[in-house]
Design a binder for this molecule. Structure first.
Ligand SMILES: Cc1ncc(COP(=O)(O)O)c(C=O)c1O
Length: 447
């Protein structure tokens, strides 16, 4: 296929299902390098989305590319569902070594974050012999039936799809914007813990609950960190009632927050299982559940096998990804550049009253755009901003309509970050001056 962005999109449109893309900009990507994407017309963009946090090592990282090429020439596929291969076996050991839990752990492979979260449901039910699962509003856990049932962030994810998986109960997530202006942190946490306990006190026997599944920092829910005191309360509750505690690290793991796993931002919390995917293999389709050995041994084969899961090429990419994160000190880099980005957006907040909140955990940010007078989410202003940023040469999308999602590849250079800030300087100033118009396709854009 050759042609302009619009020609190619028009061709694709004839045969592409609407439900398979959240629309933002009319761009067709051709190649990428580091933090820069290039479209089919040769336009360059600084990438502030990193393929939805799936390319933390940047685009076409030479170490990852070489590992993929070498492995593809050696053994492209043999299913670990029947026979082990040397590359995937090595990766299992490596992943177990960086798991955020003490004691022996085991790994089970999948192809996507969604199926890894389904697997968490399977292991939890099998190990505990209990049926109920608790998850949070605002969560995005994936698009298979199990994981979409756990999710609670978009009506289109469940509309027309029921009946969903039985036994999943949702409790409200304490998103930072839900805290009243004059409410203390303690009151906020207690208010949400009370809401958390309500089902358990009225219709959900705690001794029939298998697992609580959380995103420690909700990604699609707005890059929103669970208050540590709230986390501690629900963790203690889980321990008290023999409920497993599972953390979805699909979006926030693999160095995104400046730690291997986002749960490591919460000292003292040790999950029983985590799910990982996306950046695990620098965006190649590989996922894993890593869990305590006894839990992972509660199922017999073939309860969780997939023909292409733990594929040797994706495993080689994952080994190379871990090498790059270690050798290029990407955890420290995420912290350092994240602090720089935080300082930039906080200074912008002082200047522009339409910036209502800035959250940044490593290179992992959510910036709320609000009506300066009422403080209410301002979706129009957000769409104007992201579109202007796109015109000026960077790709950023919105979450929940009014939150800028700031997740560049962790290899972004300081110079590139400075360029990004210049772009925002201009876009913010133009929004403040009333110079930005809504793009023609605004109604179709975003979640
Ligand atoms: C936190 C989280 N969990 C699970 C998923 C689903 O992963 P996948 O799209 O690879 O199935 C996503 C994807 O955005 C995610 O952000």
């Amino acid at each position: 296929m050759t042609g302009s962005n619009h020609q190619l999109l028009a061709q694709e449109n004839d045969v592409f299902a609407t439900c398979a893309r959240i629309k933002y900009f009319d761009v067709v990507l051709d190649h990428g390098k580091g933090a820069v994407l290039t479209d089919v017309e040769g336009n360059h963009y600084l990438d502030l989305l990193a393929s939805a946090s799936a390319t933390n090592t940047g685009h076409a990282h030479p170490t990852v590319v070489k590992a993929i090429q070498d492995q593809a020439a050696k053994l492209t596929q043999y299913t670990p569902a029947y026979f082990a291969n040397s590359t995937t076996a090595k990766l299992a050991k490596r992943l177990a070594a960086i798991a955020p839990m003490s004691g022996p752990v085991e790994v089970a492979w999948g192809n996507s974050g969604s199926d890894a979260n389904d697997a968490i449901i399977k292991f939890a039910r099998a190990y505990t012999g209990r049926q109920y699962i608790v998850s949070f509003t605002g969560a995005y856990h994936g698009s298979t039936y199990g994981s979409l049932t756990l999710s609670g962030v978009s009506l289109n994810m469940t509309r027309k799809l029921g009946p969903l998986l039985p036994g999943v109960v949702k409790v409200p997530f304490p998103s930072p914007w839900e805290q009243e202006a004059d409410e203390s942190d303690e009151h906020f946490v207690n208010r949400y813990f009370k809401a958390f306990k309500e089902p358990f006190e009225t219709y959900l026997p705690a001794d029939e609950v298998a697992v609580i599944v959380i995103e420690a920092i909700q990604g699609d829910g707005g890059i929103a960190m669970m208050p540590p005191a709230f986390m501690q309360k629900i963790y203690d509750f889980a321990k008290e009632h023999g409920i497993l505690f599972a953390v979805d690290e699909v979006n926030q793991g693999m160095g995104r927050t400046g730690k291997w796993w986002s749960i490591q931002n919460f000292p003292g919390i040790e999950p029983d299982m985590i799910s990982t995917a996306k950046s695990l293999a620098s965006g190649l389709p590989l996922s894993a559940v890593i869990g305590r050995k006894a839990i992972m041994e509660s199922l017999g084969a073939p309860a969780n096998v997939y023909t292409t899961a733990g594929n040797p090429v994706t495993s080689a990419a994952a080994l190379a990804t871990i090498d790059v994160i270690e050798k290029e000190h990407l955890l420290a880099r995420s912290q350092k550049l994240g602090a720089k980005a935080k300082a930039y957006f906080e200074a912008a907040k002082e200047k522009y009253p339409f910036i209502g909140g800035v959250r940044m955990y490593g290179l992992d940010g959510g910036i709320d755009i609000v009506n300066p007078v009422t403080g209410a989410p301002d979706e129009e202003a957000t769409t104007k901003l992201i579109y202007r940023v796109f015109e000026l040469g960077a790709i950023i999308i919105s979450l929940r309509g009014n939150i800028l999602r700031f997740q560049p590849p962790l290899v972004i250079t300081e110079e590139q970050l400075d360029q990004v800030f210049k772009i925002f300087d201009q876009a913010f100033a133009e929004l403040a001056a009333g110079k930005l118009a809504l793009p023609a396709a605004a109604k179709e854009m975003g979640w």
